[in-house]
Design a protein around this ligand. Sequence first.
Ligand code: 7TS
Length: 413
Amino acid sequence: MAATLEHTGLDIQKIREEFPILHQEVNGKPLIYFDNAATNQKPQRVIDALVHHYQKDNANIHRGIHTLAERSTSAFEATRKAVQEFINANEAEEIIFTKGTSESINLVASSFGRKFLNEGDEVLISAMEHHSNIVPWQMICEERGATLKVMPINREGDIILEEVDALLSEKTKLVAFNHASNSLGTVNPVKELIGKAKAVGAKVLVDGAQATSHLTVDVQALGVDFYAFSAHKMYGPTGLGVLYGKRDILEKMPPYQGGGEMIKDVSFGKTTYNDIPYKFEAGTPDIGNVIAFKAAIEFVNELGKENIAAYEHQLLTHATAELEKIEGVRIIGTAKEKVSVVSFEVEGIHHFDLGMWLDAKGVAVRTGHHCTQPLMDFYCIEGTARASFSVYNTIEEIDAFVIALKDTISKFK
Ligand code: 7TS
């Protein structure tokens, strides 16, 4: 461990102290939380920010001139600014708050799709998408008479880039793929894919749900049109997400939902819409969670994405090496570049059984298809067990998990 700490400049034990949830026993064993790709845990400062908001500042935003309304509004907009800086967007107005990655993608499918997708047009996604980046496109393609196409992947879990060009044409209106895969861990060659999409004039949406807590994201350097992510996968609260969109495209898109806040003027004859981002934020948003999210961004910024990535890479390398040593274990997803996600199956043991036995030993892993059923079909499996790591996880936890796994396997022999 000492070498690890020196190498990354992070004091993992100190970081762990910030996460109250980690310090408990589950089923009589110290909790080992390896389900971070589903949602990761919240540092005390995020919990405190939420409590502070409800104890001191709670009021609806953008509507009142009283002191609490002003405090709430300025804290809410401060998070928008923090998000802008976090992903290096050109303007804070390009940041839209949503319920999560799923809603961000649905917003684009619904609004961009209704305006710009027509009969015969195409949307291109990849074979490793989460259902959230498949189903909204299927729905809008069906509605608009467009066709959904799929970029293939190889056995390692990389998109086969040589086959992408043949799938792109002037019919392609939008290309959508994840920055990192939740089931395989693959980090996709985002810049290269964007270059290919732009060459045929297609817009690009990147699903960053699994990227923002691990990788540096610079939307301007990437040249991406839309970038979607969730707060809860980067130490922030649940029920909150972000959609980044380039101003010129967002301005051309119709509202997603109607209601308060998204209007300029309403009469029974005609309604005019508000400017971005408010045009896309109908109704009272999740004010408390938006405000608390700023503390999560500060947490990540303080540690530094490069330090986090370097440390998590060591966790990934160690876990991969240890799992490879166990007879009967097959790792699903062996791309060269991965975030800290290891999916695996064990010969002769159903992943649900693995999950239950590991839970009995205090280890939380996710089991199932991870909302990527077409991807599981590609590997001819029903699902996997998945261990995914955040910055508060340790090499010692991985070693304890490996012992628990070996013990579980021996019970089935
Ligand atoms: N896209 C990816 C790549 C994801 O991993 C997830 C959630 C989503 C979209 C949807 O995010 P949400 O916040 O709107 O739900 N992934 C997972 C997972 O792997 N296990 O639970 C949720």
